[in-house]
Design a protein around this ligand. Sequence first.
Ligand SMILES: Cc1cc2nc3c(=O)[nH]c(=O)nc-3n(C[C@H](O)[C@H](O)[C@H](O)COP(=O)(O)OP(=O)(O)OC[C@H]3O[C@@H](n4cnc5c(N)ncnc54)[C@H](O)[C@@H]3O)c2cc1C
Length: 330
Amino acid sequence: MPSLQQYHTFSLASNCASIVEFDSVDSFLQAYNPEVNTYILGGGSNSVFLDDFEGVVLVNKIKGISHYDTESHHHISVGAGEDWHEFVSLCMQNGWFGLENLALIPGSVGASPIQNIGAYGVEVHSFIDSIEAILLETKEPFLIKGADCQFGYRDSIFKHALYGKALITKVNFTLPKAYDVVASYGELSAIDCPNAKDIFNKVIEVRKAKLPDPKQLGNAGSFFKNPVIALAHFEELKCHYLDIPSYPVSENQVKVPAAWLIDQMGFKGKALNGVRCHPTQPLVLTNIGNAQGNDLIALAKEIMNSVESEFKITLEPEVRLVGREGLIQL
Ligand SMILES: Cc1cc2nc3c(=O)[nH]c(=O)nc-3n(C[C@H](O)[C@H](O)[C@H](O)COP(=O)(O)OP(=O)(O)OC[C@H]3O[C@@H](n4cnc5c(N)ncnc54)[C@H](O)[C@@H]3O)c2cc1C
């Protein structure tokens, strides 16, 4: 059985029946068998194979980038197997701005709309005009407009009605020529009159300082989503925790940083067998050596139970956890 260890950034030692890399729609269709349990993979930075996967893993390597511009916009079509950060870097080199806040996010362009990647106050959906895909059932190509993708916080139609039903082959981005950089978030707000390249460089610098590099230390980025809770619930918590941070979401809801909740429960730096809650960013769980899927589940559940009992807040994993037969929920 081939090893998946190098195919997912958490790097647990797991295997599968076979791994096939494809670089075109034709080669995907040749490899895809609807009768066989299949997992489509990009860079494996949002997927953790907890166990041996009893199926075929198809790895997207569809490349190609084309660009044209109009008076007001840059239009860029990108093969789903292109590397996300390399694409953002190319945009910077060419003066196509907008995606700079999303620098250094690992993974493929094709996965970026699936959880609507976001960082430093920007989400990718703002720049997605449309997505080209193949409907697995009929093998027919289709195009879906960004406006129809039901994008939300780490969410899209590809996690719901189109979950497991489509292969994304191309993402079509529209970047406005005239726009203001988003510099209000965290360390970015300290830069004096930043331009897009300043933001790009700062994001890279901060991310390198804060987040473990998956090439050095296995991890899948933020393990949990930041929970969104009712304002009334938040006000109640604030009576006990005066410094609890929050970001407004709507009139009646706020987002609470999961890292703060986890930190309050004393998990920062805590290790369980081969898995550790990262010392500088407790939202990231890391593989500190020969971790097993069960170790990761055990630590994740301990964190979830602890946060739930103290704050009455249910943490939800942001990563896709893959078991023997496919995705599993904690
Ligand atoms: C260190 C680190 C930092 C991170 N920081 C951030 C961050 O700041 N913001 C953020 O939003 N995310 C972040 N992530 C998460 C991750 O980088 C993103 O979710 C990224 O978009 C995943 O891309 P991927 O190609 O690696 O996805 P994969 O893990 O390969 O796939 C993710 C999901 O998409 C599906 N999929 C992949 N490609 C296709 C396709 N072409 N067609 C159909 N389905 C497909 C897979 O089946 C799977 O369910 C981080 C991860 C790491 C390791």
